[in-house]
Ligand binder design. Structure first.
Ligand code: HEM
Length: 412
């Protein structure tokens, strides 16, 4: 059977609904293997799933593939809502990303992320200090969630005490693009639009309050140091700040929790990390491959008919790039289902690739490395109390909702 035959049969048509089915959240990997066998799998709703490394990487670099949902032939509920540069194409995307990058990384602020090393270490240690006297913790609530949230609040210049408000906005927003069957998508998208608007207004006001009073955070930089090309419009600023706050809330938590879960399931790897902490950067890369916090990218659209692995994806049709399937592709990775923190050839897709590749990757990487180093050093006798744990709802941002651990004590 050729890839084209497979794509036109009904067989893989239910694959996406099985991938998004919450019952499969603990272990979607057999479904991803099935997807790779199909090459490209056309779904009953007209979307196309792609799960092989070579094809995903090529599509992420292909200018005929749009990240802007306004290019879809099927009208999209979120049309017209101001979205950030993650949902725009070049040259608009490039312009907005460059403005956002100005206070965050090279070329204008090259040392910004590395300079946060000590601060992030202090945040991690403080959170672990707070666990003294406990013999049972929830790694998510007690550590993996508050750590990146505190960091992104400091980076952006958002008061940490407002966190409960944007926790709710953030959850509502990600539910808006959750493809899990069973809930009314129109209702979820309406709620998401409202959350996005409220969050944008809140962040826009915070930035405005800093105009003329520069401080060392991104919101301040956006209004006080906009750069040679004039910076953001008020709406662009709001959309970008929302994106950064959401990305800081909803992704790194999974990296930390998926790392802890994977190490506790692989005692040899955990022991290796105890003995050779210098392997930590490679361990984090391996988790980004093996259990990626962002499993799939659901919002690409073909701008013209595009051939993918022998299948013609028609103009205007949605493309779903399943990064987590590409990360386990045996044509790209040796022994892909093995977790190997010493893996060398590890060009995973965990941060995407191409023009939209993750903006926050340097920050997420050091957060993950610092968090796991601190946990391994300071948690005495950690053990999983529930395996598999209860997962978050989203098949896109996949990770445990809670990770109950037993601990024998906390080391200084
Ligand atoms: C482990 C944590 C993280 C993972 C796995 C992750 C993953 C990703 C992925 C896969 C993309 C590509 C999206 C696409 O191509 O459509 C992306 C884009 C992006 N990420 Fe991250 N991310 C993480 C943390 C962060 C953090 C902490 C920030 C903020 C500081 C951030 C900000 C962004 C932004 C702004 C984009 C859009 C880039 C663009 O469109 O040019 N991410 N991320």
């Amino acid at each position: 059977m050729t890839a084209a035959d497979t794509a036109s049969t009904g067989t893989p048509g239910t694959l996406y609904s099985r991938i998004t089915d919450y019952a499969n959240r603990p272990d979607p990997y057999p479904l991803y293997a099935e997807l790779r066998e199909h090459g490209v799998a056309r779904q009953d709703d007209g979307s196309y799933l792609v799960g092989t490394h070579r094809e995903i990487a090529a599509l992420l670099h292909d200018p005929r593939i749009s990240s802007d949902r306004r290019n879809r032939t099927v009208p999209d509920e979120v049309q017209g809502v101001p979205v950030a540069f993650i949902g725009r194409d070049d040259p608009e995307h490039e312009r907005l990303r460059a403005i956002a990058m100005r206070p965050f990384g090279p070329p204008h602020a090259p040392g910004r992320v590395d300079a946060m090393h000590d601060e992030i270490t202090a945040i991690a240690d403080e959170l672990i200090d707070g666990l003294r006297g406990r013999d049972r913790i929830d790694l998510v609530e007690d550590f993996a969630y508050p750590l990146p949230v505190t960091v992104i609040c400091r980076v952006l210049g958002v008061p940490r005490e407002d966190e409960p408000r944007f926790h709710t906005w953030s959850e509502t927003l990600i539910e808006g693009f959750d493809p899990t069957p069973g809930t009314d998508p129109a209702e979820r998208q309406r709620a998401a639009l409202q959350a996005r608007t409220e969050m944008g207004l809140y962040l826009g006001e915070l930035a405005e309050a800093r105009r003329g009073k520069p401080s060392d955070d991104m919101l301040s930089a956006f209004v006080n140091d906009p750069g040679p090309d004039g910076g953001f419009t008020p709406t662009e600023l709001m959309a970008t700040a929302v994106l950064l706050l959401i990305a800081g809330h909803e992704t790194t938590v999974n990296l930390i929790t998926n790392s802890a879960l994977t190490l506790l399931r692989h005692p040899d790897a955990l022991q290796l990390m105890r003995e050779r902490p210098e392997l930590m950067p490679g361990m984090v890369e391996e988790v980004l491959r093996y259990e990626p916090p962002v499993q799939l990218l659901p919002q690409r659209t073909a701008l013209t008919d595009v051939e993918v692995a022998g299948v013609t994806v028609p103009k205007g049709q949605p493309l779903v790039l399943v990064l987590a399937a590409g990360n386990r592709d045996p044509l790209r990775f040796r022994d892909p289902d093995r977790f190997d923190p010493t893996r060398q050839d590890n060009q995973h897709l965990g941060f995407g690739s191409g023009v939209h590749s993750c903006f926050g990757a340097p920050l997420a990487r050091i957060e993950g490395q610092i968090a796991l180093t601190a946990l391994i050093r300071r948690l005495d006798g950690p053990r999983l109390l529930q395996d598999p744990p209860v997962y978050r709802r989203s098949p896109i941002l996949r990770g445990p909702r809670h990770l109950p651990l037993g601990v024998s004590g906390i080391t200084d």
